[in-house]
Design a protein around this ligand. Structure first.
Ligand code: 6R9
Length: 646
């Protein structure tokens, strides 16, 4: 396949933190002599007790374990805050931009962020939170969300951030799964001119999860919300009279840092568990190298704190590196389609990190929204969440970046903690749509279905052959699921569930998920999760959910629904089911299409043939592949005949 190549410019080649030669040398060392490489790289973190052992890992079933820097101790919040105070306590740590541009922004220096974090950490302690306790955070994109996370890290509590777009039902299940007794939230959030009823959602969730004994609520919009006597207090009450100093807890490198729920192939979202030392080194290193981040840069990651990108690249990586972080509460299209670029100009952003879905949504509105802004402060552009199509890549590069900013197309996952395959701006020639080359310490391999390693240009399943420091350490509360999900498909290797192609230059091209995960606007949704929600509805007998191509979201959600006998699938029920799924999971899981089906295509053994359902959803029915195992071929003809016009 022919593709355009954008070589590293002379300017970049000369000034980059990591140039091509340095990349080659460091990469080789990271694979051949990981001990030396990581011993040095880990010096970017302040250890309380220095580690002596670097890496002790095995992906083999009989001896499965992952430990990095294991006898070292540290506190990650102290690495993100305290150590910056002496030299640049007055540097802005967070520049917060509200949803509505006519409202006031907020700027918190490192000293202020330190003090607010300590006060809240003391407040948590005063409310009974101890090291190892799980704290649920359900917050809008405000500085207090980051403060709550850092406060947990400071006292050794394990945070579980739930994206504010999740429903009460989804929130409740996640509170239950990690058995957390405390929830931190706000009265409401702002998003694109609308209000998100966070406290009301928490109340609804807690109707069924009464063991939660404390809710701390930030007053943000000032909405009049009911407070439950004895359970609910305000943020201000929690921090009143608390000291602005709080001794950081000494954590072992392998002590848990946080849990983050994500979707996989099976019905129940899993709590991905990350630990402290390796994650600290990994997020700090990748944030610096992938974006060529320099002290004093204004850096903006436009993700939400509820996703791994927010954890690693709004909070831990950037703060560990003393970055000035823009944090934005709103959306790219409110009040108009220039909003992103106006923010870039307002704060003279040097590094912008966003998702292909946002770019596609803005691209289709026309270039004038971009071109009326300057954007001349931009130096590096980042992309994350899904494969970026070459058209969106070219637009990002030429229109947004004026043809002078390298694009870091960062491939990684909740499970990997940080960037795994990505170009470094001064080291790699770029090919639009390719995540290019592995990060230091990452050993990608492409295997066939039998697990044979393929060499040279090839396509297959992407696996990682050895451990890296930022790797997840477990599925919370389910020890076996970790090994089974990631290490049992291909022996001795971590299976990413992504398909991948490697070209003649050794560049990696991610082709997308190979499992039943739909990537909607960069958000992972399990088809089984949506199916379970649908069949909970009293009028639904059976449901099958597959991905469909979508111009803006990347993938959309296509649902085939069989109603119970005597119920007709009409327009009203269609609307009701869409509302139902939004209520059960959240607005991000909104079905794009609901097609009623008298029955679903099944094999004689009763398995739903998703391959066929996918083809119909893609409107590609000329070649359905092998249909010989279908129990009733007429079912398929009926589905094709009744496919809604989209
Ligand atoms: C960070 C994040 C992970 C899945 C991953 C892959 C897709 C993410 C990508 C990409 C191609 C990129 N993905 N970044 N695909 N190029 N640059 O998104 O984590 O929410 O766990 O999703 O997203 O399919 O497996 P997460």
């Amino acid at each position: 396949m022919e593709s355009k190549v954008y070589p590293v410019s002379d300017e970049w080649a000369q000034d980059a933190l990591i140039d091509a030669e340095t990349y080659a040398r460091k990469y080789r060392q990271s694979i051949e002599d990981p001990d030396t490489f990581w011993r040095e790289e880990a010096q970017r973190i302040d250890w309380i007790k220095p580690f002596t052992k670097v890496k002790d890992t095995s992906f083999d079933k009989d001896d499965f374990h992952i430990r990095w820097f294991e006898d070292g101790t540290l506190n990650l919040a102290a690495n993100c805050l305290d150590r910056h105070l002496a030299d640049h306590g007055d540097r802005p740590a967070i520049i917060w931009e509200p949803d509505d541009p006519s409202h006031d922004n907020r700027i918190l220096t490192y000293r202020q962020l330190y003090e607010e974090t300590c006060r809240f950490a003391n407040g948590l302690k005063a409310n009974g939170v101890k090291k190892g306790d799980r704290v649920t955070i359900y917050m809008p994109m405000v500085p207090e969300a980051a403060i709550a996370m850092l406060a947990c890290a400071r006292i050794g509590a394990v945070h579980s951030v739930i994206f504010a777009g999740f429903s009460p039902e989804a929130l409740g299940n996640r509170i239950e799964d990690c058995d957390s007794d405390i929830v931190i939230t706000a009265d409401e959030g702002h998003r694109g001119g609308r209000k998100v009823p966070l406290k009301a959602n928490v109340d609804e969730a807690l109707d069924h999860h009464a063991h939660v004994s404390r809710v701390i609520m930030l007053r943000h919009t000032g909405a009049d919300v009911p407070m439950k006597e004895g359970r609910d207090i305000t943020w201000d009450e929690a921090v009143a009279d608390q000291s602005t100093d709080c001794e950081p807890e000494e954590m072992a490198a392998e002590d848990p840092l946080f849990i983050l729920y994500t979707s996989g192939s099976t019905g129940k979202p899993k709590g991905v568990l990350h630990t402290t030392g390796g994650y600290a080194v990994w997020t700090s290193m990748t944030h610096e190298y992938s974006f060529d981040h320099r002290p004093g840069d204004v850096y903006w990651c436009a993700a939400d704190i509820g996703w791994i990108t927010g954890h690693s690249y709004i909070v831990y990586g950037p703060f560990a590196n003393g970055a000035t972080n823009v944090m934005f509460e709103g959306t790219p299209n409110y009040p108009d389609f220039s909003r992103f670029w106006q923010i870039v100009d307002k704060y003279r952003v040097n590094i912008l990190y966003t998702a292909p879905t946002a770019l596609r949504a803005l691209m289709r509105e026309g270039n004038e929204w971009v071109e009326k802004t300057s954007r001349d402060s931009l130096r590096v552009l980042g992309s994350v969440g899904e494969p970026i199509n070459p058209e969106a890549w070219e637009w990002y590069y030429h229109i947004v970046g004026n043809g002078k900013c390298p694009i870091a197309d960062t491939w990684w996952q909740t499970e990997t903690g940080g960037h795994m395959i990505t170009p470094l701006p001064g080291a790699h020639a770029l090919k639009p749509g390719s995540a290019t080359k592995p990060m230091f310490g990452v050993k990608p391999e492409i295997v066939d279905t039998d697990g044979n390693r393929l060499e040279g240009p090839c396509e297959g399943a992407l696996v990682i052959a050895d451990s890296w420091p930022g790797q997840m350490r477990g599925v919370y509360g389910d020890e076996e699921r970790f090994f089974l999900t990631y290490f049992s498909t291909f022996k001795g290797r971590y299976f990413t569930s992504d398909g991948c192609r490697r070209d003649e230059d050794g560049y990696y091209w991610i082709t997308g998920r190979m499992d039943d995960v739909i990537n909607v606007s960069g958000h992972r949704m399990g088809t089984a999760e949506i199916e379970s929600a649908l069949v909970l509805h009293e009028k639904v007998a059976e449901a099958a959910v597959v991905a469909m191509p979508h111009d803006v979201k990347g993938q959309g959600i296509y649902c085939y629904v069989t109603t119970i006998a005597g119920v007709e699938g009409d327009e009203d029920l269609r609307k009701e089911l869409i509302k139902w799924v939004r209520h059960e999971i959240g607005p991000i899981a909104s079905p794009d299409v609901v097609q009623f089906a008298p029955s679903l295509p099944k094999t004689r053994s009763g398995k739903i043939m998703r391959r066929i359902l996918r083809k119909i959803a893609e409107n590609d029915t000329s070649n359905l592949g092998d249909t010989s195992t279908l129990a009733d071929p007429e079912v398929v003809d009926n589905l094709i005949a009744n496919r809604p016009d989209l």
